[in-house]
Design a protein around this ligand. Sequence first.
Ligand code: WTA
Length: 630
Amino acid sequence: MGENTLTGEVFYPSFDFLGEPHIRDRAELTAEAEKDYTGFWARHAEELHWFTPWEKVLDDSNPPFYKWFTGAKTNIVYNCVDRHVLTARRNKLALIWEGEDGEFRSLSYFALKREVCKFANILKSLGVEKGDRVTLYMGRIPELVLGMLACARIGAVHSVVYGGFSVEALHERLEDSKSKVLIVADGAFQRGKIVPLKEIADEALQRAATVQSVLVVRRTGQPVNMEQGRDLWYHDLMRLPIASSSCSLEIVDAEDPLFMLYTSGTTGRPKAILHTHGGYMVGAYTTLKYVFDIQDQDRYWCAADPGWITGHSYIVYGPLLNGTTSFMYEGAPTFPYPNRWWQMIERYGITILYTAPTAIRGLMRFGDAWAERHDLSTLRLLGSVGEPINPEAWKWYHRVIGRDRCPIMDTWWQTETGMFMITPLPCDPLKPGSGGKPFPGLDMDIVNEEGQPVAPDEEGYLIVRNPWPAMLRTIYKNPDRYVEQYWSRFPGVYMTGDSARRDADGYYWVIGRVDDVIKVSGYRLGTAEIESALVSHPAVSEAAAIGLPHEVKGNIIHAFVILKTGVEVHDQLEEELKRHVGHEMGPIAKPQTIEFVESLPKTRSGKIMRRVLRARALGEDPGNLATMED
Ligand code: WTA
C-alpha cells in the first residue's frame, strides 16, 4: 500500500536515524517473517549467546503449552551482562540513575557484572537455589535491577511486587509464590515523602509464613525494625567475603522459569504470569531493537516502574540485551517542579523516552513552557504504552516534547505477551491514537462473538492466532486457569481481553478492556482485588468497583458499598474506607468515590453486573437486563 493512500490524519516519518537504522521498510521484515516464521525468530535468536543450541525453535505439540528453543541452554543474564563485558562495551554505562533527591549513580557493564555477582553470592548464602522464588519490594532504585539479575543469574525466579502496593497485596504475592527470601528497601522517596516499605513488609510478613530471610536495602535511612535471625542489611553483607565479585552463572534450559509477575485478571485473585529465559529473551531483545531502533550511542529512558511488565522487558532485560545505556529515575515526574523530566532529558542527553499516556496528559496540564525552556534536541524517538493514547495527548507529545521530529511508537502489549505486539516501526507513517500494525510475523485479528473476523472499522475482540517467543508459558501453579482464561473463549486462539477495531489501512485502534480489569493511570487493577479490600473492612458487607473515564488518569475507581446491618453512614466513613483500601492494596487502588447503596444488580447466578452499575454512574442506558435477577 502506497503511503499517500492512507486515510485520516497521518504523520509521515521524519525520523532522525542515528547511524544505520535497523529497519527502513516494514515490508521487508514482514515478508521475511511471513515466509518462515520460526526461521525469522531463529535468525534473531542467533544474535544472542546459547551454551547449547536449540533442537527446535517452536514446539507446538501440546498447545496452548507452547515451548520455544527447546533443548537450548542459556541464561538471560549472560546475554544482558557477561557477554558485553567481553567486548568494547565493558566500560559503557549500563545504567544511569537519579534519585528524587538528586542523588546520582551510574554503573558500567563491568560494574554491573561485579554488583550482580556480589548480590547473587549473598542470595546463595541465604540458601537461595535454582527454582526458588524471591520477592522484591522496592522503589525505583538500582538495587531492584541488581536483585532481579542476581536471582536470574543463579536460576532463581524473581517476583517483583510494585512499591506502590501495600500490606495485603504483598502478603498475597509472598504467600502464593512461597518466596524464601524477600528483598525490601527501608523506604522509597515519592514526592518528597517517604513510603515506609519495610514497615509495610513487616506487617505483610506477620500474615505470611514462607519467608526465611529478609534482605534490607538502605535507601531513605529512616529507622526500621530489624528482626533478629530474619532481617539482614544488604550493605553489611556486601562487605563480607561471601559477597565475592565472582559468581558462576547457572546455565539453564531455555524453558526454565525466569520470573513471575502478578497481574489482575478477569475474575478472582491476581495471578502469577510465568516467563522463561529463552523465548522471553529473544522477544524482548528483538522487539526493542527494531521498534526503538536501539543504537550504540543511545541513552534510553523507560519511565515505567520495574514492578510492572514494562519495567521488566524494557527497563531491565530488553535494554541490557541490546547493550544500551538505560536511564532510571526514582521519583515523581513533577517533583519538585513540572520540568523535572525535561531537565533530566537535557542533563543526560536522553535520546529515547518511553512513557504512558497518563504521564503525558498529567504533564501537558502544566502547559508548554516547562518543556520549552529545556534543550530536548537529543531526543529522536518517543514511546507510549499502557492504555490508549488520545490524539490530543499524542499531538502534544509529538509537538512539544518531540519538537515535530520524533516519531511516537505507541506500543500495545501485556504482562502476558512479554513483548510489544502491536506497534509502529520508526519507518512507518503514524496515525495519532493508533498503535499501527502487529509486529512482523504475528497473526492478530479482531473477531466478533462467534470468532469471525469483523469488517473494517467494526469493534471486536482482539486476538492472537499464532504463538510468539515471549508469550507467557502458564499461570504459576494454575495451568487450568491459563487454558481457561486465555485459550477457551475461541479454542486455539489467544484472547487478549481487549476490544479493538482495524481501519481500512490495516491500522489497529485499541479501545480498552472487555473484562473486569481497570486501568488507572496505566496501572492494571482488578475489580476483585479492590472489592475484597473493601470487604475486609468490618463495616462493609458487599462491594462492587467499576472504572469511570477520567481526563488524566484514563480511568478512576468508583465503588458501590453495602454496609453491614446496623452500621450507619457517617461523615468520615468514605474517607476511612478509602484509607483502608490504600493500606491493604496500595494508594493506586483507592476508590476516588464511594457510593453507599442498599443492593447491587446481579445476575441470577449471583454475579455483579458491573455493566449496569457503569451505565447508572454515567447516566447511560444499561441495555439488555434480561439476565438480571429482580
Ligand atoms: C492496555 C502493559 C492501548 C491494554 C504493557 C492491555 C494498551 C493492558 C496499550 C495490559 C496501548 C497496553 N494502547 N492499550 N499502547 N498498551 N494497553 O499487563 O488494555 O499492565 O490489555 O501491560 O494495557 O496491561 P499490562
